[in-house]
Write a protein that binds this ligand. Structure first.
Ligand code: PAF
Length: 310
């Protein structure tokens, strides 16, 4: 299969690298990381060790027109812009898979490509990008994919089978629940690790952080219930603890963003839960606190950039 990965960040590059064992992969991204891959290939370290020569570009016009699958791994705040940049690149109807953090991505892809080709997905994978051209695969991952809208037509099964070259994949008929559950895990893990500048595992080592994490989860569960979202596990708190244990050595994506002074996805994770809580009358003070604190950090980058200019 010819697979285009839209978003050559940590997850997109690792996924592309793993998929390239069986498929022809093209990475679309920008900045120093993509330039490094174009010049010297992609180095994967950690539990997968490989130096891969993989096609990468920052120009959507250079992507193959006959791709069989587009996988979106861009940050949630870039979904609409990235979709616009590749619309018209592959033939109409080519499957488009979202494997992103946060909420609202599937809806954005459906508005760009129509419901027919869009497959919803989540992935739990521990990966970080310590230097341009390098990713560290910190823990084994898994993915869940399924139809967001539209009739079953075999697309989900074809996408799952292609993706299984990279990691174990299951299919689900409840992607709304899967995406909300993943957002709960990200809401509980990412903000706190970014605020306290700790690796994921520390959230289970410190009683105060574990209590904070559990409170964020409890709040989000009430929001899910108010919106009649059926979460696909019985014990959400334990599920989140399992993800923390599985990714203990990882630097969360939000901590990576904060350390690199990049915009975070907090508005699409804790922010989305807070907005849904507000809409259904469920108070979400812990998620609100994470949003406010992360926004203060983001505002700090802008302020220090402005100071450096004066
Ligand atoms: O965003 C992340 O960092 C990841 O989704 C996860 C699973 C929390 C691991 O760090």
């Amino acid at each position: 299969m010819k697979v285009i990965i839209v978003g050559a960040g940590a997850v997109g590059s690792l996924l592309g690298g793993l998929l390239s064992k069986e498929h022809e992969v093209h990475l679309l991204g920008r900045g120093a990381h993509v330039r490094a891959i174009m010049e010297g290939g992609l180095r994967v370290e950690g539990m997968t060790a490989a130096h891969l020569c993989i096609a990468a570009t920052d120009d959507p016009g250079a992507l193959p027109r006959d791709a069989d699958l587009l996988v979106f791994t861009v940050k949630a705040y870039d979904t609409i812009e990235a979709a616009r940049s590749v619309r018209g690149v592959p033939a109409a109807g080519t499957p488009v898979l979202s494997l992103q953090n946060g909420m609202g991505n599937v809806e954005a892809l459906v508005s760009a490509f129509g419901a027919g080709p869009v497959v919803a997905g989540i992935t739990v994978i521990a990966v970080n990008r310590p230097a341009p051209g390098v990713v560290i695969h910190a823990a084994p991952g898994r993915a869940v994919v399924g139809r967001s809208e539209g009739e079953p037509d075999g697309t989900v099964e074809r996408v799952a089978s292609a993706l299984s070259a990279a990691l174990p994949v299951t299919t689900s008929a409840n992607m709304v629940g899967e995406i909300f559950l993943k957002a709960i895990a990200n809401a509980a893990i990412n903000g706190l690790t970014a605020l306290h500048r700790v690796r994921n595992g520390v959230l289970m080592e410190r009683q105060d952080l574990m209590a904070e994490m559990d409170a964020i989860v409890a709040e989000a569960e009430l929001v899910a219930r108010a919106h009649r979202i059926v979460l696909p596990v019985d014990d959400v708190r334990e599920h989140v603890h399992d993800i923390v244990r599985m990714t203990a050595a990882n630097v969360s994506s939000m901590l990576q963003d904060v350390e690199s002074r990049r915009r975070t996805e907090v508005d699409f994770i804790n922010g989305a839960i807070s907005r849904m809580g507000w809409a259904s009358g469920v108070p979400t003070p812990r998620n609100d606190m994470v949003v406010a604190a992360i926004r203060r950090i983001e505002a700090g980058y802008t302020a220090s950039r402005a100071e450096r200019r004066t």
